[in-house]
Design a protein around this ligand. Structure first.
Ligand code: ZN
Ligand code: ZN
Ligand code: ZN
Length: 337
């Protein structure tokens, strides 16, 4: 690295400005500005260290650090962070790694997007005083818990309920629930690891990103394929199909965490099914379910977190799989969207 020259960038006001602006820069921009003078080099270095210390930009309750034992030139992965699903966004820049006092971003509140479900029925939440049991309503169980008859669908209290965020039936609504770290692998790139013991059945995190229409998902899928054919590029566009009890209708969720997402974008595929399971969880008063990840078995500290992306391998020229399991197919699952 070229040592930047001394400069007369000593005006405290200018340095304060740099402190406010530099955290909005991308890694290439930051690298460019850091070679202009020593003061900016020092600020850039501290920003890089803060970014390495927390991928979540303080959106989550616990920091999620990057570790790179391969020592290649990837100190961290650059993407915009959202702790929950967001509509297709034109967010371009986001504060990350600054030392100036900008208050910790707060989690967006689950807004009721609709109070009518896919059958045209009004969706209402519960009216319990305490959804945990003892003091609830007329001695009956919380109605939100009882909605779980919909197959694979989980249900929780939400903005349609009278209870508040402290309700016990909102397990998946407070962001990442376990200690995690993101570790670089020479072949697989970034991988998500447990940084604590996780008990079987425990909730870990949801798959957050941009919620797309199917048309937009198809357009991006094509675009990502093109980028991939031109060199190394990895996308994180997930298509989830929810089969409704009627058996006919099928709700399709397209979540793209390529540009904006949370840590779930680092979960790699494993041909043996991995150690995570997924479930769609619906909150009372919210139309769309969220894709939540749970421990399929007990997970030890320092174990990589993986799940099966699917079974469909349409393309023989698919991306190579490095899952290392005895049942590895050699290529990653893919399907036409
Ligand atoms: Zn309730
Ligand atoms: Zn509740
Ligand atoms: Zn409820």
């Amino acid at each position: 690295m070229v040592e930047p020259k001394e400069c007369n960038f000593n005006d405290p006001l200018l340095l304060q400005c740099a402190d406010l602006i530099l955290p909005y820069l991308t890694p290439p921009e930051l690298a460019n500005i850091s070679i202009t003078c020593k003061s900016l080099f020092n600020i850039s270095t501290s920003i890089t260290l803060l970014r390495i210390s927390d991928a979540s930009r303080t959106f989550e309750n616990l920091p999620i650090p990057f570790l790179n034992p391969t020592l290649d030139h990837h100190p961290y992965s650059y993407f915009l962070y959202t702790p929950s699903l967001t509509l297709a966004s034109n967010l371009q820049r986001q504060f990350w790694g600054g030392t100036s006092v900008i208050s910790r971003p707060s989690r967006p509140v689950l807004e009721p997007v609709s109070v009518v479900d896919e059958f045209g029925r009004k969706v209402w939440g519960c009216v319990c005083e305490d959804c945990g049991g003892s003091g609830s309503g007329l001695g009956s169980e919380c109605g939100c818990l009882g909605l779980d008859g919909l197959g694979e669908l989980g249900s929780e209290c939400g903005p349609g309920c009278l209870c508040g965020p402290e309700c016990v039936n909102r397990f998946t609504q407070n962001g990442v629930a376990v200690r995690l770290k993101i570790v670089r692998d020479r072949r697989k790139g970034w991988c998500l690891y447990a940084d604590q013991f996780i008990r079987k059945g425990q909730f870990l995190f949801e798959y957050a990103g941009e919620l797309l229409t199917t048309k937009e998902a198809q357009r991006r899928h094509q675009h990502y394929d093109e980028l991939r054919s031109h060199g190394c590029f990895s996308s994180a566009l997930l298509v989830v199909r929810e089969h409704l009890p009627s058996g006919k209708a099928c709700l399709r969720l397209n979540i793209d965490a390529t540009r904006i997402g949370n840590v779930a974008r680092f979960v790699n595929h494993s041909c043996d099914g991995g150690n995570l399971s997924t479930k769609l969880v619906r909150s009372s008063g919210v139309l769309l379910p969220r894709l939540c990840f749970y421990a399929l078995k007990d997970i030890q500290e320092d174990e990589e977190l993986t799940f099966s992306y699917g079974e469909i391998r349409k393309r023989a020229d698919g991306l190579p799989c490095f899952c290392n399991s005895s049942s590895c197919f050699g290529i990653l699952p893919s399907e036409d969207t």
